[in-house]
Design a protein around this ligand. Structure first.
Ligand SMILES: [Zn+2]
Ligand SMILES: [Zn+2]
Length: 321
């Protein structure tokens, strides 16, 4: 095992100077446009540190621009699935490299551009050969766009005419879930590891909102506004009831996840031990490595939110002593 990155990143603040943390009329690095500085001195002082990150973003940009024109014109003429062309692969890989380089920079502005890039890649290519959808939750949590994540989950996991409701999302029975897991190599979206990870994280978010709503207004945390409209208008008694309901559902999902993949809960409760390992990049769907990949990315984003850490600890105390 090799330590790779801190699993407790800081919260991101838009326009915050990378060097001195001041938030005032920032200027962005003129090369990558995603790192804010309050003044020229801060920009120059950070240059040696920022240079290699900046270069990676620009290298990816150059690779994208080099191939973009040809790809666009071939797409106009050729009706074949473009994933069969090596040039299309290279083009899309360059776009993914830009996302990776932006994530490494770790500023609000960089995540915002990475999110736009990822979204555009998913809309642009019919198949997600490079696994871009795995980036979406991480990017959205880091940008604190939980409502978007909820909408995304609905889009990703639901059949036409079906939707996941906020607090009941979705109303699984134990039998349903065991039935899904009984199928070998389950390709059913709702049975997938990825879907379960997201569902647990989102339910945790709803629970965090409840904890936050139960505090007096002046003590409320970083939560901008609760995702669920039902939560926002609920009475104290209803909040208590929802809390029990959600805790039960999260525990059920965790238990079932553990049944299928014991790594999940260990990673959640001991991130420093389990989330710092290098992952084999050729992981298969439904594998241990897939869980590692999704969890490393999403857990890191989630862990930047103090209320999320507190809610998970509280769940641990209540259910898993
Ligand atoms: Zn500064
Ligand atoms: Zn730069």
């Amino acid at each position: 095992m090799r330590a790779r990155q801190d699993v407790s990143p800081r919260s991101l603040i838009r326009d915050q100077c990378r060097v001195c943390n001041r938030i005032e009329s920032p200027r962005l690095c003129t090369l990558c446009n995603v790192v804010p500085y309050c003044c020229r001195d801060c920009m120059l002082g950070d240059r040696s540190e920022h240079r290699r990150f900046c270069r990676k973003i620009n290298d990816a940009r150059v690779a994208i621009c080099d191939t973009e024109g040809k790809i666009q014109s071939r797409l106009q003429e050729d009706t074949e699935n473009p994933w069969r062309w090596p040039s299309f692969h290279r083009y899309m890989e360059a776009r993914r490299s830009e996302i990776d380089a932006l994530i490494a920079v770790d500023t609000y502005e960089a995540y915002k551009r990475a999110w736009h890039q990822a979204k555009d890649m998913l809309l642009f290519s019919k198949e997600d050969v490079l696994g871009i959808h795995y980036y979406i939750p991480f990017l959205l949590i880091r940008l604190r766009k939980e409502q978007r994540l909820f909408d995304y989950l609905n889009w990703y996991a639901c059949r036409p005419g079906e939707s996941i409701r906020e607090l009941d999302l979705p109303e699984y029975t134990k039998k349903d879930i065991f039935d899904w897991f009984d199928v070998d190599n389950n390709t059913e979206t709702r049975g997938s590891l990825y879907f379960f990870t997201l569902l647990i994280l989102l339910k945790t978010k709803f629970l965090i909102d409840i904890y936050d709503l139960e505090r007096p207004p002046e003590e409320r945390g970083d939560i901008a506004k609760p995702v669920s409209r039902r939560l926002r208008n609920a009475s104290a008694r209803d909040l208590q009831r929802f809390k029990e309901h959600l805790s039960f559902q999260i525990c059920l999902l965790h238990d079932l996840r553990n049944f299928k993949n014991p790594y999940f809960w260990q990673a959640f409760t001991q991130p420093n031990r389990f989330l710092n390992v290098e992952i084999n990049p050729n992981w298969q769907q439904g594998s241990f490595e897939e869980a590692q990949f999704v969890l490393q990315k999403t857990h890191r984003a989630w862990n930047a939110i103090p209320e999320a850490r507190a809610a998970v600890q509280d769940l641990q105390r209540r259910r898993w002593q």
